[in-house]
Design a protein around this ligand. Structure first.
Ligand code: C2E
Ligand code: CA
Ligand code: CA
Ligand code: CA
Length: 281
């Protein structure tokens, strides 16, 4: 057995070194990526489930790596969070998305009728000058605070430190929308639904995956939806992949959703076309 352990260590060591080296290299490349403008955004439509009308978009970051091609966020956001690079990346995302919203402005009928959703990592919420940065960015682009919704995961919201609490309250006072992201994946303590300064809840796709074929799950999701509304919040359902799922949610009285059934994340130019062609999916 002892020999086995040694053999395993021998096999493992070079791989671990390699991966540590690879991570270091990737972190270095990621630092450069922001400066070299290798990051870009796609936008996924959020629609009114009843009418199919485009209510807004969620900005999602991608990395156009010079050798590896397009790298998806699940493959670099965790590293960006560990290394702190997420703060710079998050600021680039916020600025780029707000600037894009202003490019869409002439196509938008009325103010605050189109919502831009941007993801916010836990580390960004801990940064002392987040609120100033958001305020300055809104001012610089001429965007109304109510047109921006920040999506924050449960775990980031529930960490409950002083800086986080200050940031959340200040962002709310500023008029920015706050949303719980991935609801139903963490240790969701439902009492927080009423206490956190949030306006909307994005229900994770894992909850609705089976609703078309599983009556129990359907009743459960209906109850979750009622719970969110009882807390005075609005629900957005993500990961809608089929017409059946959309139909069940519609029957439940759910208004907003996003997912591959309506549209994958797409380039800004395709959102422009949707806005030009009547905003209906
Ligand atoms: P998320 O915030 O939960 O974003 C939704 C993810 O689900 C996106 O993946 C989207 O493409 C995918 N998705 C949308 N509809 C469907 C569907 O019907 N079925 C399935 N299976 N998936 C669907 P994406 O773009 O790869 O992003 C993954 C995660 O990376 C995001 O999850 C978010 O946590 C993070 N992320 C993306 N952009 C940013 C960013 O700018 N800042 C931060 N902090 N995190 C980001
Ligand atoms: Ca999100
Ligand atoms: Ca989510
Ligand atoms: Ca997620």
């Amino acid at each position: 057995a002892k020999e086995d352990v040694h053999r395993r260590i021998k096999v493992f060591e070079p791989m671990m070194l390699y991966s540590r080296q690879l991570r270091r290299e990737t972190a270095r490349e990621l630092r450069r990526a922001v400066l070299d403008e290798e990051l870009f955004l796609e936008y996924q439509p959020v629609v009114d489930l009843e009418s199919g009308r485009l209510q807004g978009v969620e900005a999602l970051v991608r990395w156009n790596h010079p050798r590896r091609g397009v790298v998806m966020p699940d493959d670099f956001i965790p590293l960006a969070e560990e290394t702190g690079l997420i703060v710079g990346i998050g600021r680039w995302v916020m600025r780029a998305a707000l600037e894009q919203l202003e490019r869409w402005r002439p196509l938008l009928a009325s103010e605050e009728d189109f919502l831009l959703r941007v993801n916010l990592a836990a580390l960004e919420l801990q940064s002392l000058d987040l609120v100033d940065f958001v305020r300055d960015s809104l001012r610089a682009t001429g965007t109304k605070p109510g047109e921006l919704v920040l999506e924050i995961t449960e775990s980031a919201l529930l960490s409950g430190g002083d800086v986080e609490t200050y940031s959340l309250r200040s962002l709310q006072a500023l008029g920015v929308g706050l949303e719980i992201d991935d609801f139903g994946t963490g240790y969701s303590s439902i009492s927080y639904l009423r206490r956190l300064p949030v306006d909307t809840v994005k229900v994770d796709r894992s909850l609705i995956a089976d609703i078309a074929g599983d009556d129990g799950q359907l009743r459960f999701v209906d109850a979750v939806h009622n719970l969110i509304r009882a807390a005075g919040l609005e629900a957005v359902f993500e990961g809608i992949e089929t017409a059946e799922q959309a139909e069940q949610l519609r029957k439940m009285g759910c208004c907003s959703g996003q997912g591959y059934y309506f549209s994958r994340p797409i380039p800004a130019s395709q959102i422009t076309v949707l806005l030009q062609e009547g905003r209906t999916l």
